[in-house]
Write a protein that binds this ligand. Structure first.
Ligand SMILES: NC(=O)c1ccc[n+]([C@@H]2O[C@H](COP(=O)([O-])OP(=O)(O)OC[C@H]3O[C@@H](n4cnc5c(N)ncnc54)[C@H](O)[C@@H]3O)[C@@H](O)[C@H]2O)c1
Ligand SMILES: O=P(O)(O)OC[C@@H](O)[C@@H](O)[C@H](O)[C@H](O)CO
Length: 383
């Protein structure tokens, strides 16, 4: 069995690659980072150190590595004969890997079992987005016969993998917890062999619970922590005012998740409490800069703040803590992050009303609009 994985970064090596290796797949990493690909190609193994209450080390072997910028033909040939293609490149990068997958599907022998394609990104229905991008690149679009040579399945992936210490080489330090939920429907009763993943009939409750609890709480910790000058997530969460704000946003998203997906309130409470412990993992060094990265993506329409806030407002439920967290996100100005500079430029150029519509996709008739505009207006005072 062979899997091609786009994005040999933190989650690529520390989670997707590890799980596919453990499942028995020969791995081919594809990445545009020449230094990383050269190092992988020159190595025969790397270690994944899981840290926390149940620390362990696992070794990944049986992989190859290709530079998808300079050897597109090589990557296409690998995908054409693979069983699985996964991505962990960031939601905004899917459009760049789609043409390669499209060409591979056109080359793929129609007699082979369909290729499983799964985008392992922090976004709702990321694989559907990838599928759409692939379809537009195929002769005939949605009607192309090459599209039927693949099965596209949405997934929810969860494991905190910080940026690695300089000098770590290819080894990756990750938290000990992980979860990979994959929608079962597209496989029609014949899912791929991935023992550490679980296949679920409806992914929506899983991905929304994950994005609106883990990632909403994580980003809130990062943005308030950044303002407070905290250098790690654990330090940020130890500041009482930050902790209270994180608890407040998670109470709001809990109200949505319970109302929308009928989660047991006590189970959701236990889930969010467990995540507060994960954010403060003393064995892991994660930073507000990484967790807050790409603030414009994070305050976009279907993401971790505006997504739940919009649905809460539509149900007449409170959104004040989520909007305060958006206010904190608007103050994120990490020099390492190009979207921070873009954010500052947009805040300077657009009116609060334009910003709410163009950046966060909330229109004037929406019940969140007035309060979101108020949040954006109030941030001007801090910048
Ligand atoms: N790190 C985590 O804790 C975590 C957990 C769950 C999900 N995710 C999601 O996984 C994705 C990747 O996150 P990460 O933390 O691993 O980031 P990362 O920056 O460590 O890795 C991304 C990798 O993608 C590569 N890349 C960029 N453009 C590419 C292209 N066109 N083709 C091939 N490779 C390309 C980069 O060179 C990099 O090696 C994101 O969507 C993120 O939200 C991350
Ligand atoms: O990857 P992002 O930028 O969408 O979000 C940053 C972190 O919250 C994220 O990477 C988490 O560590 C991860 O989602 C945990 O499963």
């Amino acid at each position: 069995m062979k899997a091609v994985h786009f994005g040999a970064g933190n989650i690529g090596r520390g989670f997707v690659g590890l799980i596919l290796h453990d499942a028995g797949y020969e791995l081919v990493f594809a990445d545009v980072n020449a230094e990383l690909i050269d190092a992988l190609a020159a190595s025969t193994s790397y270690d994944v150190h899981a840290v926390g209450e149940n620390s362990s080390t696992r070794t990944v072997t049986d992989y190859r590595a290709l530079n998808s910028a300079s050897d597109e033909a090589g990557v296409i040939a690998e995908i054409a004969s693979a069983d699985i293609v996964t991505t962990a490149v960031g939601p905004n990068i899917l459009k760049f890997v789609a043409p390669v997958i499209a060409k591979a599907l056109e080359q793929r022998d129609a007699g082979l079992p369909p290729l499983t394609v799964m985008a392992c990104e922090n976004a709702i229905n990321a694989t559907d987005v990838l599928r759409g991008e692939v379809a537009t690149r195929l002769e005939g679009g949605e009607a192309a016969s090459a599209l039927s040579r693949a099965v596209f399945a949405n997934t929810a992936v969860d494991r905190i993998v910080p940026n690695q210490e300089p000098g770590a080489g290819l080894d990756v330090t990750v938290e000990d917890f992980f979860e990979w939920a994959i929608e079962a429907g597209p496989f029609g009763g014949n899912p791929p062999v991935i023992p550490d993943a679980h296949f679920v009939p409806d992914l929506a409750p899983y991905i929304e619970r994950k994005l609106f609890t883990v990632n909403t709480g994580h980003a809130t910790t990062a943005y308030y922590g950044y303002i407070e000058g905290a250098t790690t997530l654990a330090d940020a969460l130890s500041i009482p005012e930050v902790f209270l704000e994180v608890k407040a946003v998670l109470a709001e998203t809990k109200a949505l998740l319970v109302a929308k997906h009928e989660f047991d309130p006590a189970v959701q409470e236990a889930y969010l409490e467990k995540n507060l412990v994960r954010f403060a993992n003393p064995y892991l060094t994660d930073t507000p800069e990484r967790v807050g990265r790409q603030p414009l993506r994070k305050i976009s329409r279907h993401e971790r703040f505006i997504g739940p806030a919009a649905e809460l407002a539509e149900r007449g439920l409170p959104t004040a803590a989520l909007l305060r967290a958006v206010g904190a996100a608007l103050r994120f100005d990490a020099t390492s992050d190009p979207q921070s500079a873009e954010l500052a430029e947009l805040l300077g150029r657009l009116s609060p009303e334009e910003f709410a519509q163009q950046v966060s996709g909330i229109e004037p008739g929406h019940p969140l609009f007035a309060d979101l505009v108020g949040t954006i207006r109030s941030v001007d005072a801090f910048r």
